[in-house]
Design a protein around this ligand. Structure first.
Ligand SMILES: Cc1cc2nc3c(=O)[nH]c(=O)nc-3n(C[C@H](O)[C@H](O)[C@H](O)COP(=O)(O)OP(=O)(O)OC[C@H]3O[C@@H](n4cnc5c(N)ncnc54)[C@H](O)[C@@H]3O)c2cc1C
Length: 428
């Protein structure tokens, strides 16, 4: 098998890169082994929420200069401020074209409401997710927070109590209620099955739509705005939008404990776009090793293609971090298992000294989380100190940043993915 580009990993980074390449007329294959981080994420995408110093980011444009000063090893610092902003804006356009219903822009972060009633700065949020802007625009300061009877991954009382602590919502009235849906009794028999994905499947296909509409209206009482756990609509936001229309209420949905419907929807929409553009998804397969000619990768072997390798002109590593097995921590060193690439991390991290991997304060950012492969400004990787001209890395497999602490996981994924697509396509 021969392709223009082979991408290893089908998460947010791999799919974004694949879509952009297919749009340029390249023949791409994505080899993908399993679930991705996006299936567990909140659905909101962070570009840069916090600097390494801990300072909150309001204006992303200004903060990128400060980031370069504080963390020259960060992928944004390596790519440069103009490139980061250009590719983030390109992703905003792609998200609109894919109908991902994302709101927000690089002009500045907004604050979304978290399921525990916190406020978190982020770049893009699904328009169904409550934000400070949505709440302050409500005509009446009354919100009904509705759980589902027996579903413990969403706690309305906790959410209401914590939201009341914020000054801007101190005079809001949050009422609590629960949807009683007898059709879900079947799932309740096994608590491990009582999850957002199973509930969504059942609600979409086995319950009368009108019954659900009535139940929400009744539980909402006099409130015109309602918060629900994200359990409505598995493939996209259409089912949730229909509920919104039929109830005549301002409905909002909050991410639940993983797996998260809001992330899963985005993942499904990205996969289907890649395939519609003619890309080949090789699901359930795993890249295991590569063969090189000089400094170039020429073919890779997978668990299903041990004898018949897959060759391409360009290879993109989008295998994620430890969470997705894109990186592996052995006793003596952190490694990248397919190509054995050079590894870096934040300032105090040394891949071959495990005493530098962790911070003894449990709640502090852990240095191992910044581990990943070394890249240059074209996202080409490095092996034994030498740049590999036809092997690129995108997303969480790259080193030098703390995705959770700095709130930049999705941003790094899409910015590097679109940078690599531009490099390979040669299109500015
Ligand atoms: C629980 C959780 C919550 C998060 N919440 C947020 C959030 O609210 N906002 C935000 O911006 N970011 C969030 N993130 C981070 C963000 O989701 C990730 O940074 C981003 O999705 C990473 O995408 P990726 O494509 O680089 O990697 P991944 O999503 O990890 O994808 C890598 C894929 O490669 C596959 N793979 C690995 N090795 C191989 C191989 N050898 N062969 C074939 N396939 C392979 C894996 O199975 C996986 O499917 C969250 C992450 C997690 C884990």
């Amino acid at each position: 098998m021969n392709f223009d580009v082979v991408i290893i990993g089908g998460g947010l980074a791999g799919l974004t890169c694949g879509i952009a390449l297919q749009e340029q007329g390249k023949r791409c294959a994505i080899i993908n082994n399993g679930q991705a981080a996006i299936d567990f994420s909140s659905g909101s995408m962070d570009l840069l929420s916090r600097l390494p110093s801990g300072q909150k980011v309001q204006n992303i444009y200004q903060s990128l200069d400060e980031l370069t000063a504080q963390a020259p090893e960060h992928p944004y610092s390596i790519l440069g401020k103009d490139q980061v902003l250009a590719k983030a804006q390109q992703f905003e356009q792609l998200a609109r074209a894919l109908n991902l219903h994302l709101e927000g822009s690089t002009a500045g972060n907004h604050e979304r409401v978290t399921p525990l009633g916190g406020l978190r700065a982020t770049w893009l949020s699904p328009n169904s997710v409550p934000t400070v802007k949505h709440l302050t625009a409500l005509a009446e300061k009354q919100v009904a927070i509705l759980g589902i009877e027996g579903y413990h991954d969403f706690q309305p009382q906790l959410l209401a109590d914590n939201l009341k602590q914020h000054n801007q919502f101190a005079d809001y009235e949050f009422t609590i209620g629960y949807l009683n849906i007898p059709e879900l009794d079947y799932l309740r028999q096994n608590s491990r099955e009582f999850r957002s994905v199973n509930i969504a499947q059942l609600l979409e296909h086995k319950l009368s739509f009108q019954d659900l509409v009535q139940e929400i209206k009744q539980a909402a009482g006099s409130a015109k705005a309602v918060f629900l756990p994200a359990c409505f609509g598995l493939d996209n936001q259409d089912f949730f939008n229909s509920l919104q229309q039929a109830t005549g209420l301002a409905l909002f949905e909050l991410p639940t404990l993983p797996p998260s419907l809001l992330g899963i929807r985005q993942h499904r929409q990205l996969c289907s776009c890649f395939e519609q553009l003619g890309g080949m998804m090789m699901n359930g397969d795993r890249a295991v090793r590569a063969e090189f000619e000089g400094d170039k990768v020429v073919r890779i072997f997978t668990t299903s293609h041990q004898e018949e390798p897959i060759s391409a002109n360009h290879f993109v590593l989008a295998a994620g971090s430890f969470f997705s097995n894109g990186l592996v921590a052995e006793f003596e060193r952190v490694t990248e298992p397919v190509f054995d690439l050079d590894i870096c991390g934040c300032k105090n991290f040394d891949s071959s000294d495990r005493f530098t991997w962790t911070n003894n304060r449990f709640a502090a950012p852990q240095p191992y989380q910044s581990a990943g492969v070394v890249i240059n400004s074209a996202c080409q990787v490095q092996k034994n100190g030498a740049v590999m001209p036809n092997l690129y890395a995108v997303g969480n497999v790259i080193g030098g940043f703390q995705g959770i602490e700095q709130g930049c996981g999705s941003g790094v994924a899409v910015v590097t993915a679109l940078t690599v697509a531009e490099q390979i396509g040669g299109i500015k």
